[in-house]
Design a protein around this ligand. Structure first.
Ligand code: FES
Length: 514
């Protein structure tokens, strides 16, 4: 079974649901790293805060990360200097270097034991064509004040030809950090509400948020930190973010891990770090990205990582495996700041790519500074309304053509191969069928029960595809994910899928045998 080590090694939370209408200074939608850190900093600055989490805090994105605290975000600084100039590149570098220190400072101030360990971070390559890029990245990082070193060998047993090491980076256990910190937020008119999904937001003098249960939150300021922004009425975030999934296996090996955090420069991505656990040392082997809802057999991604692990280490056991979802922006830099240039009291933090730990901390500091001081030293590089540079204008067209293609493809009946009568669905399998103009997804669980849902995504109407590795229905357009019963696993959708009845037509297509 797929389970994240971070979730398996920490207790569940049990904050109340919002059961009455409330008023607050700042409402924060989303109880992940950025939501809780923003709440913590704003409460410290004297604001009342209400965190509204759709499920349980620190469970979705934060509970499925690799938890590397780095300013090394693959090969980024040389590109940033070339595309955006040295000033904005320096803002990004400084924001993330500061975030590394700020996480440590917050852990120390609150006496939080979160397995925080200083580590070096490495980018390596096994291909000649990346040597020049790694050299250029080393120079770019050094010019921005980062401690960077060009190398020809690294401590892990991989045959490489060039590498770049950043010093003074770190790793931690994200839930051991965030859960104790969250508990400091509650009290004195501040609160965390779980199972309180925000489904609507109205702008007037103040903002009014409505939860799934119909409760209202009136707030002077609102931060949307719900991973993929659910609010569609402005900002066009759905046209500027694309979601990607990636996979993690936690292995136990015969040999001792030599330390360090690693990622390759080339495709397919492979990343390594180690984590102590009650079971001993776990090596996290990460990678195999793909766009959410796209690709055929998602289980093959776990298989690819397992093969890489066996090629690299003497694997004894694989006690945990899980997958994660990241929001990617068009130019690789997160969107943090005012939701749009004409919404001074509505803020967003999204699009952290694969680098959510330091970018979440930076985002929380930026949002605190914007709300308290009216400006942040790093606001320009993260500005969600920044001018689209040439490279990202091209990405805008590519990504939106991709969404349009999936939207149209899903509606073409001929794209679904018709199911012959008496089709068998084995336990753990799914099928898609067209019944009276509706696209219906069927999944049979291990007990033999058939689960039928309408596969039209409740966000903007794209048709969902089956994700065999996670047994979920995933949207190829903006990455909403649903359980086989139609419950929301990932937004931006805020409404579950509709369940379908087993009609005579369905019974004719599917045999009872399995
Ligand atoms: Fe946007 Fe599905 S997530 S249409």
């Amino acid at each position: 079974m797929n389970i994240s080590f971070w979730l398996a090694s920490t207790p569940d939370t049990s904050y109340p649901s919002l059961d009455s209408d409330i008023k607050t200074d700042v409402a924060i939608v989303g109880g992940g790293l950025v939501g809780i850190l923003s709440a913590y900093l704003l409460k410290k600055a004297g604001y009342n805060v209400a965190v509204l989490e759709a499920g349980r805090i620190a469970k979705a994105t934060t509970g499925h990360t690799t938890a590397k605290i780095t300013s090394q975000h693959n090969l980024i600084y040389d590109k940033l200097i070339r595309q955006k100039g040295e000033e904005l590149a320096r803002q990004y570098a400084t924001a993330n270097e500061s975030a590394i220190k700020e996480i440590k400072k917050i852990a120390d101030e609150n006496k939080i034991e979160c397995d925080y360990i200083p580590q070096a971070a490495y980018i390596y390559t096994q291909q000649d064509k990346y040597i020049q890029q790694i050299e250029a990245e080393t120079q770019a990082a050094l010019s921005l004040g980062i401690k960077a070193h060009f190398l020809e060998e690294i401590p892990v047993p991989l045959k490489i030809i060039a590498a770049l090491r950043f010093d003074d980076q770190a790793q931690f256990h994200p839930r051991k950090f965030l859960l104790p910190l969250a508990s400091t937020i509650c009290g004195n008119n501040s609160q965390i509400y779980e199972n309180s999904r925000v489904v609507d937001l109205e702008e007037s003098l103040n903002y009014t948020l409505t939860t799934e249960q119909g409760k209202k939150v009136t707030a002077q300021k609102v931060i949307i930190a719900s991973h993929y922004p659910f609010y569609n009425k402005s900002g066009f975030y759905f046209a500027r973010i694309y979601p990607e999934r990636s996979y993690i296996i936690a292995i136990q090996a015969q040999e001792k891990y030599p330390g360090g955090m690693y990622i390759n420069a080339e495709e397919p991505p492979r990343s390594l770090r180690c984590q102590d656990s009650e079971k001993g040392e776990l090596i996290l082997v990460v990678g195999d990205n793909h766009k959410t809802g796209q690709g055929e057999n998602t289980s093959l991604h776990y298989q690819a990582l397992t093969e890489f692990a066996h090629e690299t280490f003497a694997v004894k056991n694989i006690p945990f495996r899980w997958s994660t979802q990241d929001c990617m922006t068009l130019d690789g830099i997160p969107y943090v700041g005012q939701y749009t240039s004409d919404t001074p009291n509505l803020y967003v933090a999204t699009g952290f790519g694969k680098w959510g730990m330091t970018n979440s901390m930076s985002a929380a500091m930026i949002l605190r500074d914007l709300i308290v001081e009216g400006s942040s030293p790093w606001q320009d590089v993260y500005n969600p309304s920044r001018q689209t540079v040439l490279a990202s204008a091209k990405n805008f067209v590519v990504e939106n053509l991709d969404v349009a293609k999936h939207l149209i493809d899903g509606k073409i009946e001929g794209k679904i191969s018709p199911l012959p009568e008496n089709t068998e669905i084995k336990a753990g399998e799914s099928k898609i069928m067209s019944v009276d103009g509706n696209r219906i997804g069927a999944f049979r669980d291990e007990q033999g029960t058939l689960h039928l849902i309408n596969t039209t995504c409740t966000h903007m109407g794209c048709e969902l595809n089956w994700n065999s590795a996670e047994q979920s229905w995933d949207c190829p357009c903006h990455g909403s994910r649903f359980s086989y019963d139609g419950d929301i696993l990932e937004g931006p959708a805020v409404h579950p899928l509709s369940a379908e009845k087993e009609t005579k037509t369905v019974s004719k297509l599917l045999t009872d045998e399995y």
